[in-house]
Design a protein around this ligand. Structure first.
Ligand SMILES: Nc1ncnc2c1ncn2[C@@H]1O[C@H](COP(=O)(O)OP(=O)(O)O)[C@@H](O)[C@H]1O
Ligand SMILES: [Mg+2]
Length: 217
């Protein structure tokens, strides 16, 4: 089964969408559009009747995120008010036992029954959890049993890349300096069970959110 990404131009590059269920890593430097990508994915899901869970690891209040995202046409605050989207800040739990955090996430998931889950970004977990590898292993196990389609965002870090091995898919958001401008690109690095594009595609961020330009294979 496939689940649509909600990013115009992306699905045709990967047989119609993400494999459902699966775990997809969205990788890229600060400002590449990882949070926009994540929220666009969740908001699209709600428009299809699918509940979403947005887990942030940054100590960021809902209002702070909403202020930055409300400029986008896709952003619908009422989805949160109607409980079709759940916002969960786990920053204060990062330094607890890995099993405690897993249990707490499991409780949130069984209470809210999301079809789409985002963890944005994983970096603080990687940096501050005493037993991150074990946590990641247990988290992936738990998420796979749940059967949602999960996006984890990550800022490039070539020292620790265990997420890259366990992810079913990897999408990279790039920013390249060309002359005196920065251009945005997107590429699919890995997508299990999928004949996906291996090209680097230009992308844009506008009030409509992210879209993939020249989206041919
Ligand atoms: N309305 C907009 N139009 C065009 N680009 C925007 C708009 N709003 C934000 N951006 C771009 O998106 C970037 C932030 O994207 P974000 O998803 O928060 O990045 P990341 O999560 O990867 O750090 C900003 O730095 C800016 O370049
Ligand atoms: Mg972000």
């Amino acid at each position: 089964m496939r689940i649509k990404s909600g990013i115009p131009g992306l699905d045709p590059l990967m047989e119609g969408g993400f494999v459902d269920p699966s775990i997809v890593l969205v990788n890229g430097p600060p400002g590449a559009g990882k949070s926009i990508f994540s929220l666009q994915y969740l908001m699209y899901g709600v428009s299809q009747g699918e509940r979403g869970l947005y887990i942030t690891t940054l100590s960021e209040k809902f209002e702070w995120m909403a202020r930055f995202m409300s400029d986008f046409e896709f952003f619908k605050r009422e989805y949160f008010e109607d409980n079709m989207l759940i916002y969960e800040d786990i920053s204060d739990k990062i330094k607890t036992e890995s099993s405690t955090l897993i249990r707490s996430l499991m409780d949130t998931i069984t209470e809210t029954m999301p079809k789409r889950i985002v963890i944005d970004p994983v970096n603080p977990l990687r940096e501050y959890m005493p037993n991150y590898r074990e946590f990641l292993f247990d988290l992936v196990d738990m998420l796979k049993k749940w059967g949602a389609t999960v996006i984890m965002t990550s800022e490039q870090d070539f020292k620790t890349e265990e997420e890259r091995y366990m992810a079913d898919g990897i999408i990279e958001l790039m920013m390249k300096t060309e002359g005196d401008v920065i251009r945005r690109y997107i590429r699919i690095i890995k997508m299990r069970g999928t004949n996906h594009s291996l090209s680097v595609h230009p992308m844009s961020i506008t009030e409509s959110g992210i879209s993939v330009l020249k989206a041919n294979f």
